[in-house]
Design a protein around this ligand. Structure first.
Ligand code: ZN
Ligand code: FE
Length: 259
């Protein structure tokens, strides 16, 4: 199985999984990079997974319908979000067969009210997570529709997945997120080492993704809301208590203002 991040717009990735014959894509905000990859690799489009309704995640769906029809493939997405129909709607615990692998649907509200993630726990390889705009490397999505309590719970849930889980998020925000992470935890050595690795990758024109859950637990301030240095930084930015939700809320609004 091959896993490819297809760059789209300025900083999106459309993730593609393929077996050399058939491909699935996640959050095709733009059809052009998907069509180009399918054609150059000689693949058929067998399905689409959607995490949430934002245009940069769904804008390319309709232009890919004809290719989907050729394989009888479907669009899968969350219930209760406005996504171009027809969509097969999914809730927590549903499973979807993707090229013979079983992905489980996790409801992770916060960025949007109905945001879902897709998780595959594979015994023979590292688990795979498509998490849209919920968890980013060294950061997280903005709270457009959900509450801080919802997002904190969603992130804590993703953060509890196996350490070797590959994290496939939808945006290349890693370096700017790491600038914020440095302000939160100046003395986090792993964050500093990771920043150097990501800078080298970007300088070479490579994606910083996928990351892993184990790495995110070590460097991502939004998964570290119970760590003393993160609590202290959040308190200095107005967190009302050491409670993880208060710490998360203070970090998130600090990040919203951070330049
Ligand atoms: Zn979004
Ligand atoms: Fe997005």
């Amino acid at each position: 199985m091959h896993l490819l991040p297809l760059p789209a717009f300025t900083d999106n990735y459309v993730w593609m999984l393929h077996d050399g014959h058939q491909a699935w894509v996640v959050d095709p905000g733009d059809a052009a990079p998907v069509a180009a990859a399918l054609d150059s690799l000689g693949l058929q489009l067998a399905g689409i997974l959607v995490t949430h309704h934002h245009p940069d995640h769904v804008g390319g769906i309709d232009a890919l319908r004809e290719r989907l029809a050729a394989t009888g493939g479907r669009v899968h997405g969350p219930s209760g979000e406005r996504i171009p129909e027809p969509v097969e709607r999914h809730v927590e615990g549903d499973t979807i067969d993707v090229l013979g692998r079983r992905f489980e649907v996790l409801e992770v509200p916060g960025h949007t009210a109905g945001h879902i993630a897709y998780f595959e726990r594979d015994a023979t390889a590292h688990p795979l997570l498509f998490c849209g705009d919920t968890l980013f490397s060294a950061g997280c999505g903005r709270l457009f529709e959900g509450t801080a309590a919802q997002m904190e719970a969603s992130l804590a849930r993703l953060g509890a997945l196996p350490a070797d889980t590959r994290v496939c998020c939808t945006h290349e925000y890693t370096l700017s997120n790491l600038r914020f992470a440095a302000a939160v935890e100046p003395s986090n050595r792993e964050r500093a080492d990771y920043t150097a690795r990501c800078e080298a990758r970007r300088a070479g024109g490579e994606p910083t993704l996928p990351s892993t859950i184990g790495l995110e637990r070590a460097v991502n301030p939004f998964l570290r809301c119970t760590e003393p240095p993160v609590i202290e930084a959040a308190r200095s930015q107005g967190a009302r208590s050491d409670d993880a939700v208060d710490v998360f809320a203070a970090l998130r609004s600090w990040k919203d203002r951070f330049r």
